[in-house]
Design a protein around this ligand. Structure first.
Ligand SMILES: [Zn+2]
Length: 74
């Protein structure tokens, strides 16, 4: 049976301050979706998620800083 687990979204849970992939069971075939990935692929996805979150964090810091500058220049 070929199931592509199309309906299944990967889930990241924060563990020790880092997003980590958690087990997701495919509703169509009951397979553990993340077992289909190699440890290297999982590591890559976790790293992508971490850099994505870090970027969002720094963006929000920068926005707050810009906001402060805008307010103090008025
Ligand atoms: Zn499946």
């Amino acid at each position: 049976m070929d199931c592509t687990h199309d309906e299944q979204e990967l889930v990241f849970e924060e563990i020790d301050g880092w997003p980590c992939l958690v087990e997701v069971i495919c509703e169509a075939c009951n397979a553990n979706v993340i077992e289909l990935y190699s440890p290297q692929q999982i590591e890559d996805m976790e790293r992508d998620e971490r850099s994505f979150q870090a970027d969002a964090y720094y963006d929000s810091l920068r926005d707050a800083e810009l906001e402060r500058m805008r307010e103090s220049s008025q």
